[in-house]
Each structure stands twice: as structure tokens, then as C-alpha cells.
Unconditional design. Structure first.
Length: 182
């Protein structure tokens, strides 16, 4: 019996000894890997900054203001809402005019990505031709046909009928420059 016990201990020690003596190889992180991880982190932060409302804290409601939309050789003015979304847009336009490349969507609107995300004030809205809308915080929309959805109203184009807007905006893509009325 003692001999069997010693044999079992010897086998157990050998098995455990082999498992215990296995060395774990530690891989050294190469400097290139650290640099790539750093670049990836910076890229994610840049995307978050560009398409989120960071930097728009402590916005005050300064009241409505007028914005100019230049489409080709045509100039339109819009009365902007008194909400934090429109005020954030105003803050960006105070730095100078901004261009938005817009495409037709659904036969009722022109949509373009903003250069920076804005804070949202979403509510269920029935929009009319000429309404300026912020969709999902980063899309600027001009409606030329009615719609009903949950989004943020930025303003409304003054003195332009549905037919005027359809003629000015045309079919397909259009480039619009936004600026403040001085």
C-alpha cells in the first residue's frame, strides 16, 4: 500500500510539476503598438468632438436671430428659434460662414451633415415648407414639403413659398452657405 501511495505522489508531483513549471511567455508591447493605440484613441475623441454637442455648455437663450442662406446666386433669410440648438448654431456662425453640402431625401427635404454636432431639443413636429430642422444632432435639413416626425426646429425661411423653395433648391445635390445677417 505504501508503495502505491508513493507512486501516486510521484505521478501527481510530476503532473503538477510540469504544469507548475510551464513558463508563461510575456509579450512585450512594442512601441509601434503603443503609438497605434494612441492614434486610435485620438481619432475616436476627434469623432466624438465633431459629431457631438461638446463645447456647448452654458448656452443662454439670447432670443431669436436672423440667418442668411446662400444657394448659388440666391439669398434667403431665416428667423431662427430661441432654443439651445439654434444658439449653438449661432455660436458656430459667429466664427464665419459655413458651407453645407446637401442632398435630396424622400422628395420632401434637403439633408446635409453639419461640421459639428449640436445639442438637440427634440419634439414631435409637423413641419412645413421652409422649416429648418436639426435631425439627430448633426444633420441640417431644409423642408420643401410637409412632414411629421420627432426632431429639433432651428428656424424657418422667410418669404419663400413651397414653389420658390423647390425652384431654388432644385433636383439633386446643392451647396448652401450659412451665415449670420449683419
Amino acid at each position: 500500500m505504501l508503495n502505491g501511495w508513493k507512486q501516486l505522489q510521484k505521478t501527481n508531483t510530476t503532473i503538477c510539476g510540469k504544469a507548475g513549471s510551464m513558463k508563461r511567455e510575456r509579450r512585450k508591447v512594442k512601441p509601434l503598438g503603443i503609438v497605434l493605440i494612441g492614434i486610435l484613441v485620438l481619432a475616436v475623441l476627434a469623432i466624438l468632438y465633431l459629431f457631438s454637442p461638446f463645447g456647448f455648455t452654458n448656452l443662454t437663450l439670447d432670443g431669436e436671430y436672423q440667418m442668411k442662406l446662400t444657394i448659388g446666386d440666391r439669398e434667403l433669410t431665416a428667423s431662427m428659434e430661441n432654443n439651445t440648438s439654434a444658439q449653438a448654431l449661432k455660436r458656430l456662425l459667429e466664427r464665419g460662414p459655413r458651407t453645407v453640402n446637401m442632398r435630396d431625401y424622400g422628395g420632401m427635404e434637403k439633408v446635409g451633415m453639419l461640421w459639428k454636432g449640436l445639442p438637440t431639443n427634440n419634439e414631435n413636429l409637423s413641419v412645413q415648407p421652409g422649416d429648418l430642422i436639426l435631425y439627430m444632432g448633426s444633420s441640417f435639413v431644409i423642408y420643401y414639403n410637409p412632414n411629421h416626425w420627432n426632431f429639433t426646429r432651428l428656424g424657418h425661411i422667410n418669404d419663400a413659398t413651397q414653389d420658390d423653395l423647390m425652384e431654388i433648391l432644385g433636383n439633386g445635390n446643392v451647396t448652401i452657405t450659412l451665415s449670420l445677417v449683419q
